[in-house]
Write a protein that binds this ligand. Structure first.
Ligand SMILES: Nc1nc2c(ncn2[C@@H]2O[C@H](COP(=O)(O)OP(=O)(O)O)[C@@H](O)[C@H]2O)c(=O)[nH]1
Ligand SMILES: [Mg+2]
Length: 201
């Protein structure tokens, strides 16, 4: 799939104010700094797209981008950002949970994981929560270009090994680098295959 059109539609904190209609939504989430904005820009091929909503103070928002006039890419607030303080983090949690649990158009969630790091408790617990609530998700390992030699493979294998302790069947996963545009085709094809499946129903 090629992205021929990408436009910012709306930012808000209230799931009820998200766009009306039935277009499927693919949401992106992860810890702050995991590379979410960069990935969204890389996937859409629009350098400043995710930045339009990344001005300070707006980072707690649900951002909708309409892609090819047929589906939405949704940028969710990053979780686990200690500098926001306890109250800020709880507000974020409510926004995220409301969107994920209540938004019927939410078709697939992409959970971004920094490929350089060991499995983090916050991410594992978040995915466990997704499983408990039957939320369809896939993993996107980010910043693959930062790992040299065999390190990338070793880290991904270790991560999958950790996941197998929790999951009988592993979620789909993608390895990406926004810097090198790695994984772009794979992620977009995955979205396209789900869109096709939805259209055929
Ligand atoms: N080398 C490299 N750096 C990246 C990549 N993706 C993001 N970064 C850097 O990581 C930092 C955080 O990225 P950003 O997209 O703002 O993360 P966000 O907070 O999750 O939206 C920035 O300095 C980016 O330039 C990547 O694929 N490769
Ligand atoms: Mg960002």
């Amino acid at each position: 799939m090629e992205i021929t059109n990408a436009e910012f539609v709306i930012s808000n904190t209230d799931v009820k104010k998200c766009p009306a209609g039935t277009f499927p939504e693919y949401a992106f989430i992860g810890r702050s700094n995991v590379g979410k904005s960069s990935l969204i820009n890389m996937l859409t091929g629009r350098k400043g797209l995710a930045m339009t909503s990344a001005t300070p103070g707006k980072t707690m928002l649900i951002n909708h981008f309409l892609i090819n006039n047929s589906w939405y890419l949704v940028d969710l607030p990053g979780y686990g950002y200690a500098r926001r303080g306890q109250k800020g983090q709880e507000q974020i949690r409510t926004i995220i949970e409301d969107y994920i649990l209540e938004r019927e158009q939410m078709t697939n969630l992409f959970v971004l994981i920094d490929s350089r790091l060991e499995p983090q408790k916050i991410d594992l617990e978040f995915m466990e929560w997704l499983g408990e609530n039957g939320i369809p998700f896939a993993i996107i390992f980010t910043k693959a270009d930062k790992l040299k030699g065999g390190r990338l493979k070793i880290n991904i294998s270790a991560y999958l090994r950790e996941l197998r302790k929790q999951w009988e069947e592993l979620p789909p996963y993608f390895i990406t680098s926004s810097e090198e545009r790695l994984g772009r085709t794979e992620v977009l094809n995955y979205i396209e295959s789900i869109n096709k499946e939805l259209n055929s129903k």
